[in-house]
Write a protein that binds this ligand. Structure first.
Ligand code: FES
Ligand code: FES
Length: 193
């Protein structure tokens, strides 16, 4: 008996996208194989590594832990959506290059999503806050310090770009956010040196 197919419509990086999948298709497989958005990586497929991180309605989640049908009607941002509209790298992406915040690059899409989600809610994070924000994302190459440096550099560059009146007070969250239980992996061990 053939498996039933479901039509899923969601907004990805500002564009409405539609595709068919089975009830058990994971969101990361739907993004990569149906929508051909292969920037989001697949690692452990168990919610451990963070390589599959995306933003769902502005909050970082692990797309290997969701079924695509659960994302129907929601708004997603993948790593492809972080670059500027003309395709240039964002300040955050450029900062990763600048500080050598990647080597093999396998963790990088998830790290960028975690970092962007952090900077969206806290434009001026201290090192402890940064390490906590990326604590659920594993990197086998960098030792994490260059990634922390990249996020700090991006925060300082973004602050320099902001009008003085919009500068946040030090370490004050811009807005509180919480992620769905079981999808962020932020309860995993942090990478504190
Ligand atoms: S692939 Fe590792 S957390 Fe999703
Ligand atoms: S750069 Fe290789 S896993 Fe992070």
């Amino acid at each position: 008996m053939s498996e039933r197919s479901y039509c899923v419509t969601l907004t990805v990086n500002g564009l409405e996208r539609t595709g068919n999948c089975s009830a058990r298709t994971s969101l990361v497989d739907f993004l990569r194989e149906t929508l051909r958005l292969t920037g989001t990586h697949v690692g452990c497929e168990h919610g451990i590594c963070g390589a599959c991180s995306i933003m769902l309605d502005g909050r970082p989640v692990r797309s290997c832990l969701m079924f695509a049908v659960q994302a129907d009607g929601h708004s997603l941002t993948t790593v492809e959506g972080l670059s500027q509209p003309d395709g240039q790298m964002s300040i955050l992406q450029d900062s990763f290059c600048e500080t050598h915040g990647l080597q093999c690059g396998y963790c990088t899409p998830g790290m960028l999503i975690a970092a962007q989600a952090l900077l969206d809610r806290n434009p001026n994070p201290d090192e402890h806050t940064i390490r906590d924000a990326i604590g659920g994302n594993l990197c086998r190459c960098t030792g994490y310090q260059q990634i922390v440096d990249a996020i700090q550099l991006a925060a300082s560059r973004l602050a320099a770009d902001r009008p003085a009146a919009n500068q946040p007070a030090a370490n004050q969250p811009a807005r509180a956010q919480s992620a769905p239980a079981g999808t962020t992996g932020h309860d995993k061990a942090s990478h504190r040196s």
